[in-house]
Design a protein around this ligand. Structure first.
Ligand code: HEM
Length: 318
């Protein structure tokens, strides 16, 4: 039993299974390549737990969480370890009409909190700790919209796995024992053309998403070879059955600048599953029938990270 407990501790995941929150932030950093900056970054990553605790202890609800992802480019310089099996850069996907762009990013901080003050306080302490070693590339504050809807006004996150299916879909296991407890993370920042979306009939919007708008019930899959809905294009099955991922999408907006978007974030045990979803969305299944959500949503960023088990992060500080 003691060795079983030790093994569980060695592979303890980050807060992958934390629920959607009222407030969130997606902070993408670049790390400078000189030795001093890398050493600082290692030490900040190593103290992730302490940084989180300094906020959690002040949050009576104890629901503040933060996950850290490390990208391909800095994996070896920061950890000194071989790459997790599937860790590679975000592969640009060029469809006939829409492109999933690949953009820079070395570290991702995915922060979830019951209120924005905790998010800001954490980011402030974190960036002070990095000092000149890190350059923020993007920092998006997400908020909870009515009913857990995205800004296309559909309830977002319904088909997410739960219970024991959640770790089974998101946490690396025996297929890559050195990195068991970790999770692949993909982010994409989408901006919506809300005027064009709102000009559609609700029935058309429902066909595009694959669910009803008001009641959030699933619509039947379109018969092949017709245009598939977003829901159907993102359903990935192989001999083992259906492969789920966990999505913690959040709306974000700056109305004064006309910016309304969805920050997509997906956690998966297998990176290829998310890559396959993106291929279906951008190239089409069958091509060239791309996901019509993309006619109203433009991908501005795209980065792949690996969120290692907590002990691996902690070790970086030594
Ligand atoms: C389902 C919105 C991008 C993967 C859904 C649903 C909505 C939605 C409303 C239906 C409810 C639900 O099950 O959550 C959006 C928006 C996006 C976006 C607004 C960006 C503009 C993506 C991307 C991926 C993805 C980039 C994967 C790479 C999925 C999956 C499902 C889903 C796996 C569940 C399919 C099922 O029913 O099994 N999305 N999504 N989504 N989406 Fe997205």
């Amino acid at each position: 039993p003691i060795s079983a407990t030790k093994q569980a501790l060695d592979t303890e995941p980050q807060y992958i299974d934390a629920p959607l929150s009222v407030a969130a932030a997606f902070l993408v950093l670049a790390i400078k390549d000189d030795d001093a900056s890398l050493a600082t970054a290692r030490s900040v990553l190593g103290s992730t737990d302490d940084l989180i605790k300094s906020i959690t202890v002040r949050d009576i609800s104890h629901t503040f969480t933060c996950n850290v992802g490390i990208a391909h480019r800095v994996w070896h310089p920061l950890t000194g370890r071989p790459l997790p099996k599937e860790l590679r850069p975000f592969k640009e996907i060029k469809g006939a009409k829409h492109t999933a762009v690949s953009t820079p990013g070395d570290l991702l901080y995915h922060i979830r909190a019951p209120s924005m003050d905790l998010v800001v306080e954490f980011e402030k302490i974190l960036l002070e700790a990095f000092g000149d070693a890190a350059v923020p590339l993007d920092d998006v504050a997400g908020f909870r919209y009515f009913d857990g809807r995205d800004l296309l006004e559909f309830v977002d996150g319904t088909a997410n796995p739960d219970g024991l299916a959640l770790p089974a879909a998101t946490i690396v296991g025996e297929e890559d024992p050195d990195y068991a407890g970790g999770s692949y993370v993909v982010i994409q920042k989408y901006l919506h053309d809300l005027a064009a979306w709102r000009a559609l009939k609700v029935e058309t919007q429902e066909q595009i998403i694959g669910r009803t708008k008001h009641g959030n019930t699933e619509l039947p899959d379109a018969p092949a070879p017709d245009q598939k809905s977003h829901k159907t294009l993102c359903t990935i099955t192989d001999a083992q059955g259906e492969h789920d991922i966990l999505r913690d999408n959040m709306p974000f907006a700056t109305p004064g600048r006309g910016e309304y978007g969805t920050y997509f974030i997906g956690y998966s045990r297998y990176l290829w599953v998310i890559e396959k979803m993106l291929e279906h969305m951008f190239i089409g299944d069958p091509p060239p029938l791309h996901d019509r959500v993309l006619d109203f949503s433009k991908a501005m960023t795209g980065v792949v990270f690996f969120a290692p088990a907590r002990p691996l992060l902690a070790d970086l500080g030594d």
